[in-house]
Design a binder for this molecule. Structure first.
Ligand code: GLU
Length: 444
């Protein structure tokens, strides 16, 4: 049996009931076949793939906190420190009821390659909890964050592991987490990113994932003889990534006609009103039904449906496995030109294959959503030098990083004989840097 197949079997056998983790590993290892098989004995002897697919450390802990009724609540929490070959562990925290160890491992594994692609010195990690911030009071969110950090602080540090936000963890949560870290350790250090601007945050970090996604998409389109001007775009999600992807795409002349939340989706033929979306989601923390109430020309539909709309470009920015084979078929039937992922692994393996087989330009999240973590690394740099860069400076650097990522993955796809397969290009380019560092550092 080939080494890649051996390791795939091992990952599935040793990590039962973690389908998302299996999916992420399968996608990466399948792409790496050409690289591994060129030097299979060496990699097998070093157990390189076993080391790459086994986290350095998995921390599981209990978080007990008291809700507004005086009831004690208990949540499961995780921090998976996956690989620190090229820098301190780096990756977000997700607070969502669906969070379990398998989800955090899939996210941490993806983060290794994404962080490598940024070109910045950050390793891969991820964490979170099954705590649901939705519907909780500010005091409850603070109580949870303080209890969570009271355990997590032992394992993180500015040169060790630097968490940030993800689904359910935004500026409010990062603030409470940072305050508790400082209270316990007495250290004012860049241990978290995504901080507020008044206490060490970076300008443009809030917008970075969405803006970065659109910068990469624009470069992809330019290299295929077009751009976003007058393109019709579908976005899913209504969180941080979706909001700023819509904002930047509209600034570049596109018309974004959809967005969605966990209950339903909006079709706005006039183009999504970002100011209204921000007001509903960031200020009122309300449902998209309020969008329809404010803009009668728009349609609100219950359930899923964003991918049924005829568009030129699709940007899935909600969550994993939200774009299925049926969705891919609908997009292709409607003549979609490009799909670039804003969320982590939003497209299923079958849907990805279908899009690629039908000539759709497809860029995986580990390349196209890397702008968030890249700007987190810029926040770390600013914290280390105790300076704040201007918005223009950060934005220029972000744009340069995204353009570079596109060319790196494009070059890798060409070099390994799979031109235009950006999944393979991203996995191979991300892998080569990490492996080089792992080999240089010996068996550790
Ligand atoms: N959660 C984001 C991601 O998936 C950002 C992580 C970070 O900034 O560390 O990449």
């Amino acid at each position: 049996m080939s080494y890649v197949d051996e390791v795939l079997e091992r990952v599935i056998a040793q990590n039962p009931a973690q389908p998302e983790f299996h999916q992420a590993v399968k996608e990466v290892l399948e792409s790496l076949r050409v690289v591994i098989e060129a030097d299979e004995e060496k990699y097998r002897k070093e157990a390189l793939l076993e080391r790459l697919t086994t986290p350095d450390r998995q921390i599981l802990f209990r978080v007990a906190w008291v809700d507004d009724k005086g009831q004690t609540q208990v949540n499961n929490a995780f921090r998976v420190q996956f690989n620190d070959a090229i820098g301190p562990y780096k990756g977000g925290l997700r607070f969502h009821p669906s969070v379990n160890l398998g989800i955090i491992k899939f996210l941490g594994f993806e983060q290794i390659f994404k962080n490598s692609l940024t070109g910045l010195p950050i390793g891969g990690g991820k964490g979170g909890s099954d705590f649901d911030p939705k519907g909780k009071s500010d005091r409850e969110v603070m109580a949870f964050c303080q209890a969570f950090m009271t355990e997590l602080y032992k394992y993180i540090g500015k040169d060790v592991d630097v968490p940030a936000g993800d689904i359910g963890v935004g500026g409010r949560e990062i603030g409470y987490l940072y305050g508790q870290y400082k209270r316990i350790t007495g250290l004012y250090e860049g241990v978290l990113t995504g901080k507020g601007l008044s206490y060490g945050g970076s300008l443009v970090r809030t917008q970075a994932t969405g803006y970065g996604l659109v910068y990469l998409t624009e470069e992809l389109l330019k290299c295929h003889g077009t751009d976003l001007q007058d393109k019709v775009v579908a976005v899913s999600g209504a969180g941080n990534v979706a909001t700023y992807a819509i904002e930047k795409a509209e600034q570049l002349g596109a018309k974004v006609v959809t967005c969605s939340d966990s209950n339903g989706w909006i079709y706005d033929p006039d183009g999504i009103d970002v100011a209204l979306l921000k007001e509903i989601k960031e200020v009122r923390r309300a449902r998209l039904t309020e969008y329809k109430a404010a803009k009668p020309n728009a349609e609100y539909h219950e359930g899923k449906g964003v991918w049924s709309v005829k568009v030129d470009v699709a940007l899935p920015c909600a969550t994993q496995n939200e774009l299925t084979l049926d969705d891919a078929k609908a997009l292709v039937a409607n003549g979609v030109f490009a799909v670039c992922e804003g969320a982590n692994m939003p497209t299923t393996l079958e849907a990805t294959q279908y899009l690629q087989d039908n000539g759709v330009l497809f860029v995986p999240g580990k390349a196209s959503n890397a702008g968030g973590v890249a700007t987190s690394a810029l926040e770390m740099s600013q914290n280390s030098e105790r300076l704040s860069w201007t918005a223009e400076e950060v934005d220029q650097k972000l744009k340069g990083i995204m353009v570079n990522i596109y060319h790196n993955i494009d070059d890798a796809s060409k070099k390994y004989g799979m031109e235009g397969n950006y999944v393979a290009g991203a996995n191979i380019a991300g892998f080569l840097k990490v492996v080089n560092a792992m080999e240089a550092q010996g068996i550790v």
